[in-house]
Design a protein around this ligand. Structure first.
Ligand SMILES: Nc1ncnc2c1ncn2[C@@H]1O[C@H](COP(=O)(O)OP(=O)(O)OP(=O)(O)O)[C@@H](O)[C@H]1O
Length: 674
């Protein structure tokens, strides 16, 4: 082990020295400064990766039947003087047998050894013999590391499972499929574990995707905090962990009824917003601008043609506006040219009839009177200088004002407001919705933004300003069952290569979700082009707890195969307390638990409206207070579910919320209801 850590130290020292050198180097041009910054960023990244690997640098060793030995760890370490690497990166093909070998398919292994380090020293080893041979003196066959990992007290932060990934999980993590990979499975089957290790694998194995960046989306800040340590501990610090709200950079602090949120998640909203933007694009009308002392105008047909050309450009509204303006100016210039020529002809004819004089000079004066100095300067009056006229018109504030009335510049906020704060607009653009649904959507123009407005604003931004500038090579979505159609559109916009890993469970879906399965949820965005994996073993919830949720699961997700658990524990307890005494009963239960199981991470999960009461009753002394709507993905050693009836009736997805709440404990569950 010491040789590996020495090499790690050496690599760090090298990286640090190189970084210092790069930072000291002079850069004379903007190009050189840029190159220096890129090199410095690369080295800083390498430093962070080397630092991230410090804890538990190596965690496995493979001994082949041919006598070879390979150490498996968080990153690869090679020296030039050795053929075999000192340490193999867990994501390398050579490390696969560590996760996939079994006694039936030993993959050439005699022994798989798990190492547990403390600091830089090996504290424990545990061996599995895979070739059927009898244990030799140096083999340590005992409790597996998985058992130890699962029995460890929870800390409130998920740990990496890189040393104990199970075969069915590893198969997904390492899947060579670059398109859409979907992972479903009941509570605690390791979907989040798989999603995060998959992100690390993509960075390692798909360099093109890695270059464009990897994004991990979670349902809320609490969940992101829970998973925040996993990727850094795998040496990956360059993955952006965020929520959809943060992606759209919208502060959404208002809540709204679940049925309204569901309506706003429907794909018809995208059509409605597109319809509204189209309705702002020169619906009809003439166009006239003041030119000098007079007016120059074009016909309805010219305006309509300019609009059609602008739309056909496929550009977002605010950029297509330039095309529209350009086209209109062209039409005005043509009209001016025609008008000038006609006027000149008439004057010429008139003067010739009366006096026989040539009046070129008069025509030039005419144009000057119209305000086109450039025209007069650039040549004889009859040679109308269309370029100069266009340039003048393009810079003219009045022209811009006139264009604005036909094709106004729009902001995403204004677009969404114009739809949702106007009964006529709702009726015009959402004809398939009932009157009741439309009145549900209606809001005051200055109402604050809600969670469900975020994807509408994002959609509007893509319509008016184009797709987001920042896109990613691979996107991982956790709790993906939560995404509405409108949110899927947000995600797809940020992943043009459609390389995604999506994990979730429809039995745990919240109130905004309309889809019941993956084909329904993904069909509109990816067709049937996704590969579906199912995880079957729960590593969190004990068999005893799962058994008490079977009836509920059959109700909320008929046909879903219940998972089996490899954990066993106490039977869940059920206590009763009238509603007014619920908080006191919860406090009593949790204070007793905290005393009996010191160091265990405890939580009370209750209806959102109860969370305030719980916190002010001082329950946070013993436990975290988690509103049911935010419990997805989290886990604790002991959980008290307070007021199951209140959780069920709080939202349309109440029974699924309760199922989520009941499946958060790794050891003990107590339900207190009236
Ligand atoms: N291979 C593994 N080794 C060690 N721990 C594991 C492994 N797989 C899962 N776990 C642990 O099991 C627990 C549940 O995992 P995870 O949160 O990924 O499940 P999930 O399927 O996402 O659950 P949910 O559906 O409730 O969100 C976590 O504590 C996780 O660390």
């Amino acid at each position: 082990m010491s040789a590996m850590y020495e090499l790690l130290d050496e690599r760090r020292a090298d990286a640090l020295a190189q970084l210092a050198e790069v930072l000291r180097s002079s850069a004379d041009s903007a190009g050189e400064v840029y190159a220096r910054d890129v090199a410095a960023e690369d080295l800083a990244r390498r430093m962070r990766r080397l630092e991230g690997a410090e804890e538990g640098l190596a965690f496995g060793r493979l001994d082949g039947v041919d006598g070879t030995a390979l150490h498996i760890g968080r990153l690869g370490l090679h020296t030039e003087d050795r053929d075999l690497p000192l340490l193999v990166d867990w994501r390398a093909e050579a490390a696969r047998p560590f996760y996939a070998a079994t006694a039936v398919h030993p993959m050439g292994l005699r022994r798989r050894r798990h190492l547990r380090l403390e600091g830089r020293a090996v504290r424990a080893v545990s061996d599995e013999l895979l070739d059927g041979s009898a244990p030799a003196a140096e083999d340590v066959v005992g409790d597996g590391p998985l058992k130890l990992a699962l029995e460890a007290q929870r800390t409130g932060r998920m740990r990496s499972a890189v040393a104990t990934l199970q075969e069915e999980q590893d198969a997904v993590v390492r899947s060579p499929h670059r398109g859409v990979t979907v992972v479903q499975g009941g509570p605690g089957t390791g979907k989040t574990v798989v999603a995060l290790h998959r992100a690390a694998y993509v960075l390692y194995a798909f360099p093109r995707a890695a270059e464009r960046g990897v994004l991990v989306l979670g349902p809320n800040a609490r969940f992101l905090d829970y998973i925040s340590q996993v990727l850094p501990s795998l040496g990956e610090n360059d993955v952006l962990l965020t929520t959809c709200d943060e992606l759209a950079a919208v502060a959404a602090d208002a809540v709204e009824p679940a049925d309204v949120a569901q309506l706003k998640g429907n794909a018809v909203m995208a059509e409605a917003l597109a319809g509204l933007v189209r309705s702002r694009q020169a619906p009809e009308g003439d166009f006239a601008v003041r030119v000098g002392q007079g007016w120059a105008g074009v016909t309805r047909a010219d305006v309509a043609e300019a609009r059609d050309v602008a739309r056909a450009s496929g550009l977002p509204h605010n950029r297509a506006r330039e095309v529209f303006k350009d086209r209109l100016i062209g039409a005005v210039a043509d009209a001016l040219e025609r008008g000038t020529a006609q006027a000149l002809e008439q004057i010429d004819a008139e003067v010739a009839r009366i006096t026989g004089l040539d009046l070129d000079a008069a025509a030039e004066a005419d144009l000057q009177a119209l305000g086109f100095d450039g025209v007069a300067e650039s040549g004889p009056a009859q040679e109308f200088d269309a370029e100069a006229v266009r340039a003048d018109l393009a810079d003219d504030a009045q022209v811009d004002r006139a264009v604005e009335s036909l094709w106004p510049r729009l902001t995403p906020e204004a677009v969404v407001r114009s739809l949702l704060a106007d009964t006529d607009a709702l009726r015009a653009h959402l004809p398939s919705m009932s009157g009741e649904e439309r009145s549900g959507l209606l809001r005051a123009p200055d109402a604050p933004w809600t969670d469900a407005d975020v994807p509408l604003l994002d959609e509007a931004a893509s319509l008016v300003d184009g797709p987001p500038e920042r896109t990613y090579g691979h996107v991982v979505v956790d709790e993906a069952q939560e995404l509405t159609d409108m949110r899927w559109r947000m995600v797809v916009r940020r992943c043009p290569g459609k390389s995604l890993t999506l994990v979730g469970d429809f039995a745990q879906a919240g109130p905004a979700t309309r889809a019941c399965d993956w084909p329904q949820a993904l069909g509109p965005h990816f067709g049937s082009r996704f590969v579906l994996h199912t995880l079957t073993v729960s590593y969190r919830t004990t068999e005893e707890i799962l058994a008490t949720t079977r009836d509920l699961l059959a109700r909320i997700s008929p046909g879903q195969q219940p998972v089996r658990s490899i954990r066993h524990g106490d039977r869940p307890r059920t206590l009763t307390a009238p509603s007014h005494a619920l908080v006191a009963a919860v406090a009593e239960e949790l204070s007793a638990e905290a005393a009996q199981y010191p160091g265990d991470l405890l939580a009370v999960i209750c209806a959102d409206a109860r969370a305030g009461d719980m916190a002010s009753a001082g329950i946070t002394r013993w436990a975290r207070v988690v509103p049911a709507s935010e419990a997805r993905g989290l886990e604790f050693d002991g959980v008290v579910v307070a007021g199951p009836g209140e959780i069920v009736s709080a939202r349309p997805s109440g029974e699924r919320d309760l199922y989520v709440a009941l499946t958060r404990a790794t050891k003990r569950l107590c339900t207190i209801g009236s």
